[in-house]
Write a protein of this length. Structure first.
Lengths: 163, 158
């Protein structure tokens, strides 16, 4: 058995995982918090992306919006990650084989890579373009990639329940 | 008001027929509904946290309210349309669902509040620091929209 699959099976068989899976309400409550936390993560990221594309909030500098929303984004991400991990704990052995779950993890890895590239390249000189109504093309490309990938994460996440 | 008859008409409409019989119809519409939720929630949150004086304190509340208001209206339209499609799949069940009824009541309250007192609070704040009244407006707005989301999630669970 591959290591990852073995790990999933251990989580699935654990007392806590079983308790979550067999609970009447705990799983639903955690799932609801997970779903609603996408407003904190994707909602705030979308505001920044749409600003870079020049669609909204043009009079406000990109960096000011970034500074304003990032604490919310990270709070939301912490909530999503914690609740998401609990959901995975309860269903790990099934998640391992779930194509939507695998797709979601790949998309999450890509969506993490995107700001990494963005911050080490065009964002380093953000003080030169933060006030521009429309950001330079590389920043716009990052914004479009971010919107697309996060949409993909949500779509794949919802699809997990259908497999 | 022949509300029940409207719900049945929706269930028996061509849209209802497609939603009830297609394998992926409901799933796809649900995904669109969730994407709308993310955008709507984000714009509500940013505006109300500005009203509370938590973030973007130096920025014009009017500009934030105007631009994010457009985003809110746009995503609300997407959510209403995808919501009607989802409703057509199980209109009979929703009509009697307490969660659905609560969600519709909260949605009406949230939209009404948004276009009246919330708007006034935004205009009053502009660049100034938030007052007790604008803070209360922000908290009511957050509570109403969160209530819509929680009640909506409950439709599928209860």
């Amino acid at each position: 058995m591959p290591v990852l699959q073995h790990f999933c099976q251990i989580l699935y068989n654990s007392g806590f995982g079983t308790m979550l899976r067999e609970s009447n309400n705990a799983f639903s409550v955690i799932e609801s918090i997970h779903v609603l936390s996408i407003t904190l993560v994707f909602g705030t990221i979308a505001v920044l992306d749409l600003r870079m594309l020049g669609i909204i909030l043009r009079p406000i500098a990109v960096t000011r919006i970034a500074r304003g929303v990032f604490p919310i984004t990270w709070t939301g991400f912490a909530i999503s990650f914690a609740t998401g991990f609990l959901l995975f704990w309860a269903e790990a052995a099934k998640s391992y084989y779930n194509p939507a779950f695998r797709t979601k993890l790949i998309l999450l890895a890509l969506v993490g890579l995107n700001p990494l590239i963005f911050h080490t390249t065009v964002y380093r000189r953000v003080n030169e373009w933060e006030a521009l109504h429309i950001a330079p093309w590389r920043a716009r490309a990052a914004a479009i990639a971010s919107l697309t990938l996060w949409s993909g994460v949500i779509i794949a996440g919802r699809a997990i329940a259908y497999f | 008001m022949p509300l029940h008859a409207w719900f049945m008409d929706l269930a028996n409409s061509p849209l209802g027929h497609v939603m009830q019989t297609s394998r992926w119809g409901f799933a796809v519409v649900e995904m669109v509904h969730l994407l709308g939720l993310a955008i709507l929630g984000g714009s509500v949150l940013v505006v109300d946290l500005r009203l509370l004086g938590v973030i973007l304190k130096g920025e014009s509340a009017r500009v934030l309210g105007r631009d994010l208001g457009r985003l809110l209206i746009g995503s609300l339209m997407v959510m209403v349309m995808s919501g009607i499609a989802m409703l057509s799949e199980e209109a009979g069940k929703c009509y009697y669902s307490p969660a659905f009824r609560l969600k519709m009541a909260l949605l009406a309250a949230a939209v009404l509040f948004y276009f009246t007192l919330h708007r006034r609070a935004l205009l009053r704040t502009e660049r100034g620091t938030p007052t007790l009244w604008t803070r209360i407006a922000a908290i009511i707005s957050l509570a109403l929209w969160l209530g819509v989301g929680v009640a909506g999630r409950a439709i599928g669970l209860l």
